[in-house]
Design a protein around this ligand. Sequence first.
Ligand code: C5P
Length: 407
Amino acid sequence: MSNLTNKRIVLGVCGSIAAYKSADLVRRLKEMGAEVRVVMTQSAGEFITALTLQTLSHNPVHQYLLDCDSESNMSHIELARWADIVLIAPCSANFMSKLAQGMADDLLSTVCLATRAPIVYVPAMNNVMWENKATRENVITLQKRGFVRFGPASGDQACGETGLGRMLEPVQISNQLIELFQPGLLQDKNIMITAGPTQEDIDPVRFISNRSSGKMGFAIAQAAREAGANVTLVCGPVKLTTPQGVNRLDVRTADEMKSVVMENINTTDIFISAAAVADYRPETVATKKIKKAASKLDLKLIRNPDILSLVTNEPVPPFTVGFAAETDNVRENALAKLNSKSLDMIAANEVGKEQGGFDSNENALSIYWQNGEQQLPMANKNTIARQLMTIITEKFREKSSANNALI
Ligand code: C5P
């Protein structure tokens, strides 16, 4: 395999027991054709030797910032300019904190500050450290600044605990890196994504809504942007930061979402409907707050427009992907929806379980299209979104070339 041919990767290795996996990662990146230069922090040296990483990368390992020999060999600025990407694996809680602070007190943090290349960090830490408020805030800061995160995974940890914080396996890291280097596949394509819940007014202060957080739709918007597309994100009320470079259009009700979607549908190549659109809305909206006078209140609801079906009923519909949140019979219900709504693809997940679903940062999806399906096992929503975009891109390109062949 040589999907990383000639890619120049600065691999930052921090102090973590997961550093032993960095050796295998270097080997894999080399096998895929990448050129690798390793930068170790001082504490990384407590876990793995420079000689191991030097032997596997076929390049000198960089360790010191203020060192005449190192600077004359390849200065920190040259290293920062050399990189097509900076990959930090494992990235410790301490190093995440340094990145968030913009510190430059060792070689790796200085390279990160001095580079224009994208920076990917792959966290590895104890699950309590991962869940700590300080780490959570660092994750948000890094996301806002455009850092890309791979993982972490959940499972048994070297400290004897179980939970989120395990570093991804080298094979998962190299696969995600390949996906990241694939932009261009959707260059100049227009993708519209709906996300979040809708709110359906009962009176001036009350509404009907649902538990959708919008996280999955936002992660898809980011993944679509990374793949080079022009992305429009039509979202209901959510508390999320807009991914960089994404055009966000805020709506509140299903009716508003329908209007914005239909206004933009003619220029859309791919439509991904990740929003949890309310199926019903109150028939009338009271102009004044309803008083709690009566012991019983009947609320008459009427059907909202099915936006997804309106899109697929267009004379020339875009490549259309729907979502199905199901509590049972996931496969059957998803396939029924794929057909009844004339979709190109449907992404189904089981909701109402402990892990994954609405407000979670993780999700697992089952993807179905005509004559095919693929399972995406439980992972961070950003990871799932990139995997989903890879499948969508492949199927969209297949359909486009089949259509072109017919012309
Ligand atoms: O039929 P069901 O609501 O389960 O279908 C879910 C899919 O349809 C999702 O992709 C959702 O975004 C979309 N949908 C819609 N408009 C509605 C209801 C659902 O676009 N009114």
